[in-house]
Design a protein around this ligand. Structure first.
Ligand code: ADP
Length: 433
């Protein structure tokens, strides 16, 4: 800019100087005429280069940029350099974008970019195949118009981004997909879709195998337990030394029977992916039964208190709900010393019914809480076995909760006690008048 100003200054100075010489030698009119003509020619040359610049800007190309003269030579040189730099970074950006697109296409998972209104901005080929969509046709379409499933719409509108959603595609011959939403940019989302049909098939084979083995074991075990019970009733026929062995055999076969029963219950609940039925459960009756069974399990060694809000009923599968509640109470009894307190509560908070069991027992290390619902996870295996545990109780509770869309919350402090809470969704609440 400095150069341009100086350039103009020198031209004007030269023209003025020449005009002064003319004025000195000839006349004022000639000098003025000379001065104006020079300025006119000078301005005309600028107009010409502005015209060339305008023409070039309409169709910019490195090979057609004018050379210019005077200050315009410099302007066009700067323009040339900047345009070349811009072109280079543009081509680098295009290459990077191209590479990213190729990589996104090579990923076997389906990827869909959604804008703030959940409309499709872009998607890769695997997602088109998995979810039966077509980018050219479905671009800018809201994703929930194409994936018409209530659970998916809820997951999409939830905006929580924790956890995945399993979907069985009705369009894609019953294939199973796992969907994950990841937030990015400003209110945008990335939908990642994975075909889990094979994993689900393997899981189902594993479940069937466990169920079949358990089923096959159940009949001979029932016979063995039956005969052992008969034998233990014939105490007089045995030598005093053999009687403890008989008792041990009876205890161990009872444990095996309980394990087989728990395995059968777990595989039957797990294999049923459909939500549990919504039958109104008489909670007063259920709590009466729970109290009776809890006192039997505790052998009157604990102070068991049960409180129930009689205005709330639950819509669910009675047998499963009873099993889940009894499992939690049974744990509270087994992991609380004699004389300890156990409270079971059925109530409502924020329109959601809940069941809670509090105990004053041994408590659980906070770090281990996330692992409690894993199959066969036990903090102290001996303690669990000796108290008649199988390591499957909380796993059964978890799957019953999944079938009832309920959440489990666990709070515990070592040496102080534990609190297990099952919170049911509002849609499973029935208020009594
Ligand atoms: P188990 O048959 O071993 O009790 P569960 O699945 O019911 O199996 O529980 C898993 C583990 O969680 C138990 O082995 C125990 O260590 C711990 N646990 C469960 N409930 C309680 C409780 N109320 N207090 C302390 N520990 C508990």
């Amino acid at each position: 800019m400095q150069d341009i100003r100086w350039n103009t200054f020198w031209v004007l100075l030269l023209v003025s100087f020449l005009s002064l010489i003319f004025w000195g030698f000839k006349s004022l009119e000639v000098a003025l005429f000379f001065f104006i003509s020079c300025i006119f020619v000078y301005l005309l040359s600028h107009v010409y280069w502005i015209y060339r610049l305008n023409k070039w800007l309409k169709n910019p190309n490195l090979s057609t940029i004018p050379n210019g003269s005077g200050i315009w030579e410099e302007i066009f040189a700067i323009l040339y350099r900047e345009y070349r730099k811009q072109k280079k970074s543009k081509s680098e950006l295009t290459t990077t974008l191209g590479r990213f697109m190729t990589a996104a296409e090579a990923i076997p998972d389906g990827i869909i970019a959604l804008n703030q209104n959940n409309e499709i901005e872009w998607c890769n080929k695997p997602s088109e195949k998995m979810l039966d969509i077509q980018l050219t046709k479905d671009i800018n379409q809201p994703i929930n118009y194409l994936l018409r499933e209530t659970r998916f719409t809820e997951y999409l509108n939830d905006n929580k981004y924790d956890g995945t959603l399993k979907l069985i595609s009705w369009r894609n011959s019953g294939r199973s997909f796992e969907i994950l939403l990841v937030p990015f940019g400003v209110s945008q989302k990335l939908l990642i879709c994975r075909d889990i049909t094979q994993i689900e098939k393997n899981d189902s084979i594993k479940r069937d195998f466990i169920a079949n083995v358990s089923h096959e074991l159940k009949t001979p075990l029932t016979v063995i337990v039956g005969f052992l019970e008969t034998l233990s009733e014939m105490k007089n026929e045995f030598n005093v030394k053999t009687l403890p062995y008989l008792q041990m055999m009876l205890e161990q076969s009872d444990r095996m029977k309980k394990l087989v029963e728990d395995l059968l219950q777990l595989s039957s609940i797990e294999s049923n992916a459909a939500p549990a039925e919504k039958k109104e459960i008489d909670m007063t009756e259920l709590f009466k039964k729970l109290k009776k069974d809890s006192e039997f399990l505790s052998r009157k060694s604990h102070k068991i208190n049960m409180s129930i809000n009689k205005n709330i009923a639950l819509l669910g599968h009675e047998k499963e709900i009873y099993s889940a509640f009894l499992n939690l109470i049974s744990n509270a009894i087994r992991y609380t010393k004699k004389g300890g307190n156990i409270n079971a509560i059925w109530d409502i908070k924020d329109q959601k019914p809940f069941f809670e069991v509090q105990d004053s027992g041994i408590g659980i290390d906070e770090k281990l809480i996330p692992r409690l619902t894993e199959r066969f996870f036990r903090i102290d295996a001996d303690r669990s076995r000796n108290s008649g545990g199988t390591g499957l109780g909380l796993s059964i509770v978890k799957h019953i909760c999944i079938r009832h869309q309920a959440q489990i919350e666990i709070y515990s402090q070592i040496g102080k006690g534990s609190q297990f809470k099952i919170i049911f969704p509002q849609e499973r609440l029935s208020l009594k008048k």
